[in-house]
Design a protein around this ligand. Structure first.
Ligand SMILES: [Zn+2]
Length: 272
């Protein structure tokens, strides 16, 4: 809604205070007010329907719109969740002995991302569930954006278990990015018991394409919530727990919660 025209201060200060009769001064004030309304509004802004509304609005005492705690509900905080590979490709795949695909990373990512969205929406946040190459990523603005992926379904070795997190290297605010990173690592580990697999963070993660597309003020991270081979059970049978880990990590960041200092890989560009 447009702001109603403001009565100029000079007129407001011309209260006829020295006049002896209150009735006269009141009449004068109303006359000045009405004159101001007719001067301030151009004929094109007159429509018979809205005129009486505007007049009523102007003549009704109102608290300043920006300091009214009982006013319209605060706009919800926006958070972005990218469902890795969705709308583009399957990502990593699990195959049976005949080579038939039994599970795709994209479907695991989507199940987790959907749960994360639902849980955050239930807490009052506005959450965009985005595809891997979503057109909305271009210049995307939010308090945070987290992309959800998972790692290979090949048996590599016994160490191929756990999760990985990387934050955007090209952020405007390294402190905030490091906080999101620390929050995700701490809360995801607490919710799932999975180890933080710091050793295999690849350029695919640190140079993630969406990091370049979003608005530079949006803090971003990518999480690989597990390995599809060794962590398959928790990822597919206890997805709720996995989603809670991501949600708690995001809430830790958004609410500025305390994080116990953990050795995390810094994203400083000074590292050789
Ligand atoms: Zn992936």
């Amino acid at each position: 809604m447009d702001t109603p025209p403001v009565r100029p201060r000079s007129i407001a200060s011309h209260h006829p205070r020295t006049k002896p009769l209150h009735a006269v001064s009141t009449t004068m004030l109303v006359a000045v007010l009405l004159a101001t309304i007719f001067v301030a509004w151009t004929p094109t802004s007159f429509s018979t329907a809205s005129f009486s509304d505007k007049l009523a609005l102007l003549l009704t005492p109102q608290a300043p719109s920006n300091s009214n705690p009982s006013g319209p509900v605060q706009q919800a905080i926006r958070i972005g969740i990218v469902s890795g590979h969705r709308g583009n490709d399957s990502g990593a795949v699990c195959v049976d002995s005949t080579g038939k695909v039994t599970l795709t990373e994209a479907e695991v990512n989507y199940k987790i991302a959907t749960l994360v969205q639902q849980k955050l929406v239930a807490q009052g946040y506005q959450v965009d569930l985005l595809n891997e190459f979503d057109t909305r990523l271009n210049g995307y603005r939010a308090v945070a954006i987290v992309s959800i992926h998972n790692d290979s379904c090949q048996f590599i070795n016994d160490q191929a278990t756990g999760f990985k997190v990387a934050a955007a290297l090209n952020t405007r605010d390294t402190n905030r990015a490091n906080r999101l990173l620390a929050c995700l690592i701490d809360r995801y580990h607490a919710a799932t018991g999975l180890p933080f697999h710091a050793g295999s963070i690849t350029p695919d993660m640190t140079s993630y394409h969406a990091f370049d597309e979003i608005d530079p003020s949006t803090v971003a991270a990518i999480i690989e919530t597990g390995f599809l081979y060794l962590d398959r059970e928790i990822l597919t049978q206890h997805t709720d727990q996995v989603a809670d880990g991501v949600v708690n990590g995001i809430l830790c960041y958004v609410n500025n919660e305390n994080v116990e200092p953990t050795p995390i890989p810094t994203i400083s560009t000074a590292t050789p």
